[in-house]
Design a protein around this ligand. Structure first.
Ligand SMILES: C[S@@+](CC[C@H](N)C(=O)[O-])C[C@H]1O[C@@H](n2cnc3c(N)ncnc32)[C@H](O)[C@@H]1O
Length: 203
């Protein structure tokens, strides 16, 4: 099974409330974006956004240049269906973030729980190169990944775990870490999953 097939099957088989990463309101993600974006015309992309409600929270906050990228078309279709007419205000991209060459230019890159699935160093390098091409100098990158004491697998796949320092090492010298938050995510079944949220400035 390919990675794309894996994720299509996950979203086809499970409802939003049945997946461990579900959040009714992605408050911390929205907060970390809003803190650095007074300008509501900022271009924001949610990478590996799946069917997350973050995009609705950002529309509610007044942002109007939004995109969601995910390897799963089923996940994006679910979000679009939920949002109805409002989905036309968002650009939707089906792509593998470790392979795609260009996705446009964005002032804010947000990724919750996608980067940590890149267990091959070559995939992580291409991801960092894509961030460099996508986010101009002065822009912001927010990555949320399982913390060092978080789970070692998610959705049946191995993950890599990070603190802000190890994320900074992976991204390289074009990025400076400006904020780190450790978050205790509570899954729908009540388990606690420690996450590292790190926000970087593109130098
Ligand atoms: C754990 S889920 C998190 C979804 C969303 N970010 C959230 O917080 O609700 C991981 C997401 O990453 C997507 N994904 C996994 N590998 C990917 C890749 N290589 N390129 C793009 N998306 C990917 C999956 O389809 C899934 O939607």
């Amino acid at each position: 099974m390919t990675i794309a097939e894996h994720w299509e099957a996950v979203y086809a088989e499970k409802s939003d409330e049945e997946v461990s990463w579900f959040q009714a309101e992605p408050r911390l993600s929205a907060q970390l974006i809003i803190e650095v974006c007074n300008d509501r015309t900022a271009r924001i992309i949610d990478v590996g956004g799946g069917s997350s409600r973050l995009v609705e929270q950002l529309l509610d906050a007044g942002f109007n240049h939004l995109a969601v990228l995910d390897i799963s078309r089923v996940a994006l279709d679910r979000a679009r269906t939920r949002m109805g007419d409002r989905s036309a205000m968002v650009q939707w991209q089906v792509a593998d973030v470790s392979q795609v060459k260009e996705i446009g230019q964005f002032d804010v890159w947000h990724d919750r729980a996608t980067y940590h699935f890149l267990t091959e160093a070559s995939d992580r390098l291409r991801y960092a190169e894509l961030v460099e091409r996508t986010v101009p100098s002065g822009g912001h990158i927010i990555i949320a990944a399982f913390a060092p004491n978080g789970p070692s697998t998610c959705s049946g796949l191995e993950v890599c775990r990070y603190d802000a320092r190890s994320l900074a090492q992976e991204l390289g010298p074009a990025f400076r870490c400006e904020r780190e938050v450790v978050d205790q995510h509570v899954t729908p079944s009540g388990r606690i999953q420690p996450f590292t949220f790190a926000r970087f400035r593109r130098l």
